[in-house]
Ligand binder design. Structure first.
Ligand SMILES: NCCC[C@H](NC(=O)CCC(=O)O)C(=O)O
Length: 448
């Protein structure tokens, strides 16, 4: 049976803004308070989706969330009508209003961890929504994420959904940004690779000193258990704490994997040799030939990787077996990174081509091509069971482009977030979107 890696990209929501909300994420911190352009952000994302579809990849779309999250503000004690809640939060606690307005659900690599059916004990595709509890503005995503994923992958014969892990730092879980999967073919059993930043219960593991490690070993282990993965099919590895302290807040800022290949920075992990040997051995037992490309620090420094998002790229398998790397424009702007990429594609290795996309609106908040997509490996039967409304087609691209142009603003500053009109605009747009994507009622304003 044929199998595919389907990329579901997060559609940028109407409140996309630069809130400076993510301590440890250099771009988010340094672009704080700049004016954003939500319309441009959404159109940049749609263009990437369309381009991948045009190249022959199966592409999906994941809906944004209702923002401002009035229910979150109510849970913090702001009362009255929706407009009063927003007005009071703006007056008394602006940082909380900003957090409740974040369009951060666009970075769907953090929406969930997904295990394909070939890896799981019950032969279903498993999803665990990420609790994202390191940051308040992201911790409020998972209830709606679960409803949206449920509406996209509704068939219980093929899809199993798990609620987010307990909402405490010890089980901090950031989803697929710290997870990748190696395999020979997408439909065959593979090796799932979980990367954590610290251990919550075992003090023998080192931890970063300056910035938070968002993913714990114990969270990764819990997800592997929930999904029914076998010991032979998983590898756990620790991220190098010193790169977290240099701004690598998720592993997908310093490494990307696909098929049998891991593309990573020399300094990405701890105990790299041992980890690569384990990946090699476990994939060999599944009939695969694990390979890795390590980018040396004397060619690309960690700082260059963080600035350019070289590793926050999409590594895609083409029909002829070669791979394509989708990188953000910032890679071309960095002479060392661009030179490295020229050498990489000329070397005759697995990565043959690099394609560049302008994703500046998202990049300025620390989200590159890889952050914007959730990978779901599916066989033909499972793909047929996905809600067809969320699979990208030329007409859907046109409809979504028109929808963005109709509903989105082209400038948003912090002061605009206090405008109760923004909430109405957002709800009107999302109500229409659930009809376009045939999701049913998934947002709090549609349910309550
Ligand atoms: N995978 C990329 C995630 C980027 C995301 N940025 C943010 O939330 C920044 C939002 C702001 O600062 O407005 C994060 O750090 O989790």
């Amino acid at each position: 049976m044929k199998s595919f890696e389907v990329n579901f990209d997060g559609l940028v929501g109407p409140t996309h803004n630069y809130g400076g909300l993510s301590f440890g994420n250099v771009a988010s911190q340094s672009n704080s308070q700049q004016a954003s352009n939500p319309k441009e952000a959404a159109l940049q994302g749609l263009e990437k989706m369309k381009a991948l579809m045009d190249m022959g990849f199966v592409q999906g779309v994941l809906a944004p969330q209702e923002r401002p999250d009035v229910a979150a503000l109510r849970s913090l004690g702001f009362a009255g009508t929706d407009a009063q809640v927003i007005e009071r939060a703006a007056k008394e606690a602006m940082p909380l209003l900003v957090a409740s307005c974040s369009a951060s659900s666009m970075w769907v690599a953090n929406a969930a961890t997904v295990s394909p059916s070939a890896d799981t004990a019950d032969g279903r595709v498993h999803f665990t929504a990420a609790n994202l509890n390191c940051k308040f503005h992201r911790s409020i995503e998972h209830p709606t994420t679960s409803r949206v994923l449920g509406a996209m992958f509704a068939d219980q014969q093929h899809f199993a959904h798990h609620a987010a892990l307990p909402a405490v730092a010890q089980f901090g879980d950031e989803g697929a940004a710290n997870h990748t999967r190696f395999c020979r073919e997408y439909g065959e059993a593979g090796v799932e690779f979980f990367v954590f930043g610290r251990s919550a219960f075992d003090s023998r593991y080192p931890a970063p000193q300056k910035y938070p490690a968002r993913q714990t070993l114990e969270a990764s282990q819990a997800v592997a258990r929930l999904h029914g993965l076998s010991e032979e099919g998983v590898v756990f590895a620790q991220q190098n704490p010193s790169v977290i302290d240099q701004g690598v807040f998720h592993n997908d800022v310093i490494a990307v994997g696909n098929g049998e290949l891991l593309f990573h920075h020399q300094d990405a992990f701890l105990n790299t040799e041992q980890m690569l040997a384990e990946l090699h051995g476990k994939l060999a037992a599944r009939g695969g030939n694990f390979q890795s490309i390590s980018v040396p620090r004397d060619q690309v420094a960690v700082e260059d990787a963080v600035r350019s998002y070289l590793f926050n790229s999409q590594l895609l398998s083409r029909a002829d077996g070669s791979m394509l790397l989708i990188v953000p424009e910032e890679c071309r702007a960095n002479p060392r990174v661009w030179q490295y990429l020229q050498g990489l594609t000329a070397a005759g290795g697995p990565i043959r081509e690099v394609k560049v996309f302008d994703l500046k609106q998202s990049m300025q908040n620390g989200g590159g091509p890889a952050c914007l997509r959730l990978r779901v490996a599916l066989n033909e039967t499972e793909l047929a069971a996905v809600n067809p409304g969320v699979i990208m087609t030329a007409p859907l691209y046109d409809t979504l482009t028109r929808w963005v142009n109709k509903h989105y603003r082209d400038a948003l500053r912090e002061s605009d977030l206090a405008d109760p009109q923004l909430l109405l605009e957002c709800r009107t747009a999302l109500d229409e979107l659930t009809q376009i994507l045939k999701l049913g009622a998934v947002y709090p304003f549609q349910i309550n």
